[in-house]
Design a protein around this ligand. Structure first.
Ligand code: UD2
Length: 323
């Protein structure tokens, strides 16, 4: 049994990690400023974890939260490309300053390892597909720059202080508990939420934009494997956490519409600022060095996700995941 600190524990990926670790009998502590996360995501395990509402930039609070921790799973972030385009300074403060504060606290508390939620956005419009970790990054949005900056910080904290770190470049993670009602929510959550309300979602661009959509359970496995990986790979190395398959926005739209019996044709709008056209992961490095395998495929994951939103609506018919 180990002691885990999850940042952003009330968010969609953080709370899914917390459920998995509690199930395995680990000790779980979490922090979250509840800016986008919700304690509803932790309701059924709330008595089995310790939780503090805290911003990542809180120097004294984060220092205290790192005491006695073996592994940090760092999910806390303002996780949105368009939000970073709208407010680059605000998202920088959370994503970069917050991470640096956490790294200093982790170093001082002699935490064994930090596993970081990095982002596929680091590749930007790198024309070659699939994306491999040794390609030079070409970040387009402030968010991508922030996520990439933190990878470099993690590498430097290994080199300068010996703090073990692994960066997991998430490729468009989706699944149950992903907030759905904000314009900054992930596309699968937004499309599902709108179609359930019998509103027609808008596809930004021509619908041929593609992403390597990865079900959240695969990201959870990657985090657990990253904690167990030998020290030789925890030197700040970067790993793609995708599936190796991509789907266009048109495919996503019609797959969700099929699940919900929604017959409206999509609205098409201009492409979103800061967006990448195509994103597809080469997962060989993660497979070889972490033992990562994306067990849940896109369609299986999508089915479970849509079922979850429908079940939430049954519980609270007025509002699905109001956050
Ligand atoms: C980026 C990262 C992802 C993760 C995420 C965090 C890339 C390739 N991926 O995801 O790894 O870090 O940020 O939030 O950079 N869209 C519509 N209609 C809508 C909403 C979105 O067409 O109503 C489009 C959007 O323009 C984009 C695609 O859907 O082309 C995916 O958007 P997203 O916000 O779900 O995720 P993305 O790719 O910015």
């Amino acid at each position: 049994m180990a002691r885990y600190l999850i940042t952003g524990i009330a968010g969609f990926i953080g709370s899914t990690l917390a459920h998995a670790l509690v199930k395995q009998g680990h000790e779980v502590a979490g922090i979250d400023n509840l800016s986008t996360g919700s304690l509803d995501n932790l309701a059924d395990i709330r008595h089995q974890i310790s939780f503090e509402q805290m911003d990542l930039q809180d120097v004294a609070g984060v220092k205290s939260a790192c005491g006695g921790i073996d592994f940090i799973l760092h999910q806390g972030a303002v996780a949105s490309v368009p939000r970073s385009v709208k407010d680059p300074l605000g998202s920088h403060e959370s994503n970069v300053n917050g991470t640096l504060n956490l790294l200093i606290a982790a170093r001082d508390a002699k935490v064994r390892r930090i596993v970081y939620a990095a982002s596929s956005s680091a590749y930007g419009d790198q024309p070659t597909q699939p994306k491999q970790e040794d390609m030079p990054p070409l970040p387009l949005s402030p968010y991508a720059v922030q996520k990439l900056t933190c990878e470099y910080y993690i590498q430097s904290f290994f080199l300068a202080y010996g703090l073990e770190g692994i960066c997991l470049r998430y490729f468009n993670i989706f699944g149950p508990r992903q907030a759905a009602d904000s314009p900054y929510s992930g596309v699968i959550a937004q499309f599902t939420y709108k179609m359930m309300a019998r509103e027609t979602p808008t596809i930004f661009g021509d619908g041929l934009t593609s992403r390597d959509f990865n079900y959240v359970d695969n990201a959870v496995s990657a985090n657990l494997q990253a904690c167990l990986a030998p020290s030789a790979v925890a030197t700040g190395r970067v790993f793609n956490i995708g599936t190796g398959k991509s789907h266009t926005l048109n495919e996503v739209y019609f797959a969700i519409a099929g699940h919900l019996g929604f017959t409206g044709k999509p609205n098409y709008g201009p492409p979103r600022e800061g967006d990448i056209k195509h994103s597809l992961a080469d997962i060989n490095r993660a497979t070889k060095e972490l033992g990562y395998q994306p067990k849940a495929g896109f369609h299986e994951g999508l089915g479970k996700t849509v079922a979850w939103y429908l079940a939430e609506r049954e519980k609270s018919p007025v509002a699905v995941v109001q956050r």
